[in-house]
Write a protein that binds this ligand. Structure first.
Ligand SMILES: Cc1cc2nc3c(=O)[nH]c(=O)nc-3n(C[C@H](O)[C@H](O)[C@H](O)COP(=O)(O)OP(=O)(O)OC[C@H]3O[C@@H](n4cnc5c(N)ncnc54)[C@H](O)[C@@H]3O)c2cc1C
Ligand SMILES: NC(=O)c1ccc[n+]([C@@H]2O[C@H](COP(=O)([O-])OP(=O)(O)OC[C@H]3O[C@@H](n4cnc5c(N)ncnc54)[C@H](O)[C@@H]3O)[C@@H](O)[C@H]2O)c1
Length: 471
């Protein structure tokens, strides 16, 4: 094998790509990773999960200070130091990114720092970052893991007036006095939480009739109420008409139920989704099919070219890290099977798909939702329990929200759950484990739960479903 030819080339060294590369190396393949970014680490480490959660920790502490009197404590916030928050984030992220860079450079893979594009289904052209001449690499198999980029919709005036994305919030050392958050998905809600806690006047404008499109409506209702109570203006079911600059302000005009409204703000945060990053890859040269910009894959992570796999945001039904990693690992193992002339038959199972939002209160879901089970015609029972009637959450003063469990009506097997409330993104894992072992509500109830904990709240819906089954 020449030095420019490999068993497996991964394009993109983020969460999905790194998982694919290390798995392929462990399977004995000769692997190359190509990444075109100025900084190695991928979205999660550099501009996604980790930096946003660092900022959100500051927001959470600010809310604790606000509510100190409720706990008999005399604490007052004397303001916020956005530069210090940003610097703390930079220090942590440099550490995480350095670790990932070390993993990519530890000699297991040939690392190519440049932009890749397909010449044909077995050949890539690499344009090195340092401006040196392009060169070609060939491989028996590939994994496209190029991630995603901010989606900029065609709203009149948006491009002309300018806007912030999550990247700007993460790296700014000063915040505007007022901001309109466009989009009520995970990014919109997490950023709104941070920005409001830091003192910005937040207006949230969401197109859908609920926040977090696709989740149960009750989850949206809890967040919308909590955010409104914090003084945020939450507009649902909107249509954005236009954005115009008026001196150094931005005037956003939108329609809700046929009524036109307007809000004037200092800044706009665009959080209306992300789209797969495929431009410049020349997927048509490799005859890899796309649906709009998304790379189409089967459940073995194969594209329309069986030896070209994909993983992560570029192809995923849900842009989250644990899925990107799982997809990358499956892609690599299937590629190794193909190279050994075996069948690439490992499939991905989205049954335990998790989704968590670090808003306040937090939201987390696993498995099926009420809507999905109804649509699939699966007979099910469901039960909820509110945090305002649960001892530990009352003690914590965190009473907004509820837990909900869904189970098969005949067998009692837990099919899904959601939490809106304190530590939701931690609490959900108990149900993931139960679902992994296909636990029934009856088996779940037999598991001891320490008292008083947030976790024991799960026993109430489990018991209620068991009672419903016994009727
Ligand atoms: C603000 C924010 C917060 C988030 N928070 C969470 C969270 O809390 N939990 C969670 O699970 N998910 C979160 N996500 C989503 C998560 O970050 C992504 O799902 C995940 O990082 C995607 O990984 P990936 O490997 O698909 O892509 P990436 O990590 O983006 O990696 C793609 C890599 O490909 C490279 N590349 C692209 N094109 C080329 C090319 N042609 N040639 C060479 N290299 C190329 C890029 O330089 C990049 O390094 C968040 C996202 C954002 C934006
Ligand atoms: N905690 C997490 O796991 C986490 C955090 C942040 C981001 N992410 C991932 O990043 C991706 C991008 O997040 P996102 O929140 O930008 O996208 P998203 O697609 O989740 O949400 C975008 C929201 O914007 C709304 N919207 C779209 N067009 C609009 C318009 N014209 N006017 C008003 N609202 C409009 C949509 O109704 C939708 O609810 C998501 O897929 C998510 O999985 C995950």
């Amino acid at each position: 094998m020449s030095e420019n030819s490999f068993d497996f080339i991964v394009i993109g060294g983020g969460s999905g790509g790194y998982a694919a590369a290390r798995t392929a190396h462990s399977a004995g393949l000769r692997v190359a990773v190509i990444d075109g970014a100025s900084e190695l680490g991928g979205l999660c480490i550099l501009r996604g999960c980790m930096p946003s959660k660092t900022l959100i920790e500051s927001a959470n502490r600010q809310l604790h200070i606000r509510h100190a009197a409720e706990f008999g404590l005399k604490a007052t916030s004397h303001g916020v130091d956005i530069r210090a928050i940003r610097d703390r984030k930079r220090t942590l992220i440099a550490d995480f990114a350095g670790y990932r860079q070390g993993q990519l450079e530890d000699g297991r893979f040939a690392l190519h720092r440049g932009h890749a594009r397909f010449i044909d289904a077995h050949t890539l052209e690499v344009s090195p970052r340092d401006g040196s001449p392009t060169y070609q690499l060939t491989a028996k198999s590939f994994c496209i893991a190029t991630g995603s980029e901010v989606f900029v919709p065609d709203v009149p005036g948006l491009a002309e007036t300018g806007f912030w994305t999550s990247d700007d919030v993460l790296d700014t050392d000063s915040l505007p006095k007022s901001i309109a958050v466009l989009g009520g998905g995970a990014i919109g809600l997490e950023m709104a939480h941070y920005l409001e806690a830091m003192g910005c006047a937040v207006t949230l404008i969401q197109r859908n009739a609920q926040l977090l499109t696709g989740l149960d409506r009750e989850c949206s209702d809890v967040i919308a109420k909590a955010y409104s109570e914090r003084g945020m203006k939450v507009h649902l079911g909107t249509h954005l008409n236009s954005i115009v600059a008026i001196k150094d302000k931005k005037l956003i005009e939108f329609t809700v139920s046929g009524h036109t409204q307007a809000v004037q703000v200092d800044q706009v945060l665009l959080a209306m989704g992300r789209q797969p990053a495929t431009h410049g890859l020349d997927l048509t040269a490799a005859r890899v099919s796309q649906h709009k910009t998304k790379v189409v894959v089967n459940d073995r992570m194969q594209t329309s070219q069986p030896h070209i796999f994909a993983a992560g945001d570029v192809c995923s039904p849900l842009d989250v890290v644990h899925i990107a990693i799982q997809q990358g690992e499956i892609a690599a193992r299937n590629a190794a099977r193909l190279i050994r002339d075996e069948t690439a038959d490992e499939t991905i199972d989205y049954r335990l798909t998790l989704f968590g939002v670090f808003s306040h209160p937090q939201v987390a879901v696993v498995g099926a939702t009420t809507e999905k089970l109804r649509a699939q015609g699966i007979p099910f029972l469901e039960a909820s329990y509110p945090f305002n009637d649960h001892g530990k959450s009352m003690v914590m003063g965190e009473m907004a929200g509820f837990v909900k469990m869904l189970a098969n009506k005949e067998t009692g097997e837990i099919l899904g759950a959601c939490v809106v409330g304190p530590e939701a993104t931690e609490l959900i894992h108990e149900i993931v484990i139960a679902m992994n072992f296909r636990s029934t509500v009856q088996q779940f109830m037999a598991i001891p739960h320490y008292h008083p904990t947030l976790s024991e709240i799960w026993t109430y819906p489990a018991e209620e479903i068991a009672d419903q089954m016994a009727e």
